[in-house]
Design a protein around this ligand. Sequence first.
Ligand SMILES: Cc1ncc(COP(=O)(O)O)c(C=O)c1O
Length: 532
Amino acid sequence: MGKAESGSRGDFDSAPASLSNGHKQGNCCSPARRASKGLNGDCKRKPLLARRAGVVWDLFVSICPDRLQFRAAYYILPRMTNNDHTLRVYDSILGLLSSEENPTPLVRLNKVVSFEHTQVFAKLEWYNPFGAVKDRIAANLIRDAEERGVLSPGMRLVEATSGNTGLGLAMIGNAKGYSLQTPLSVAIPLEKRTVLRFFGTDVVELSDMLCPAPGAPEGAIATARQAAEDDADTILLDQYANEANPDSHYRTTGPEIWRQTEGKVTHFVAGLGTCGTITGTGRFLKEQSSDVKVIGVHPEEGHDIPGVRSIVQLQQTELFRPDEYDQTLEATDRESYELCLRLNREESIIAGPSSGMALAGALRAVPDEPGNIVVVIFPDNVFKYASSFQPHFPEICPADSEGESGGPSENDLFLADMMENLKNPHDSVRVKKLHEQMEQGGQPLVVDVRPADMFAESRVSGSVNIPQSELPKRTEELPSDRDAEIVMVCGIGRFSKHTTLYLKSMGYRNVRSLKGGINEWVRKGLETESTT
Ligand SMILES: Cc1ncc(COP(=O)(O)O)c(C=O)c1O
């Protein structure tokens, strides 16, 4: 892809609303771009015979009834077509993968945005054939491995995934003759795990004690690496480190956005997971115009938004390149889920939770100024996340008292609420506060509830280890004094809340959970000890 024409900005002086109206089917390039690509009124110049056939077909369509057209199409089209995006007729489902000629839609947001000048467009990635932005990377990771000669039909793919990459790899694998194994965390929505199995994937669920936030399948990454090491016919594509991941966005997402906005995009906003989307798309857009601002949005620690990673979790992806972005900012679970709800109800856009998260960041980061055109990636749609909504919208996910309808019972929701309540300042403690207290000689009992090997690797000095799964059998190791001061610690502050509640249920009145867990302790540069 060469540099896009600088003149295309100038071509687009009409009212901003024309951004969504200005393209006609079959003639979606600006004149400058057509000139630069040697095109003539269409995105792809077809051979003369095909163009003649097209004219005859158009005439036929204009004079014949629908049924006759359908029959004729059945006999004629297979020979005439070769992934024709204007007619939307394809040789196989893989022809639907998005590209500059076949972009996913950009839709302007009209109700949830209160800007006077700045226009915000959502790029709807579930229009990819397998339902998510990750179809792009699945296709490119496979193409790249085939071209490098390390992947051939009959081999097995293995990939740690929070779901969407697996879904894309499974389906492209089905089309091309590769089987797939996906080690993944049980925290990933049931809908994704079930559909992966439906597609024929070998799903390895990991119920490890790694404080597995939905977007942090570190245990899964290690398991996938091991599977590839153990079997010569199994290949790990490794979306967390493979340059073919950002490259897919450099080749497709970036050029699509540049063309769809006729070079007028001023801000590009994406949620951060593997960081392939922001790194590849951002790089392409900045090459077209260094004025384009590239903004990454991440969730809070201990979040509940599948597909994306908190700042601590991002340290484990090699493709996180903050130096190449203009800004990164955090969005909370609450604002993300609320905005997701509003997108569905007010804009009639079936966006999933991470779309709400990216938009929440965009609305905070971008100023309201004339000429601002913001493109926000909406990675996938709401239908995969019904089970994720229950704790966030108990009022719209009614539970019967026993949970017989298959959803959580009222008791389950009550417990989930209690867990949420534990975020209050009395039942949790910040790492700095705990550190200060320990420095001043205060000696709370610090109980680390992670597995023994993780505790051995790195822990708060002086802490003791009682893994969560062993806690019910080891309560005699806790102080008999129910007023004793106790701090529960885990990786990111999720399981420590569970165990805090457990101790409270045993009558301990002075037990708190360490906010952000050992990860936050390390991030703040505080000292740890180790026995490995
Ligand atoms: C469902 C989902 N998958 C993936 C991503 C992240 O994409 P990437 O892995 O390219 O950073 C997002 C980002 O918002 C997402 O919501």
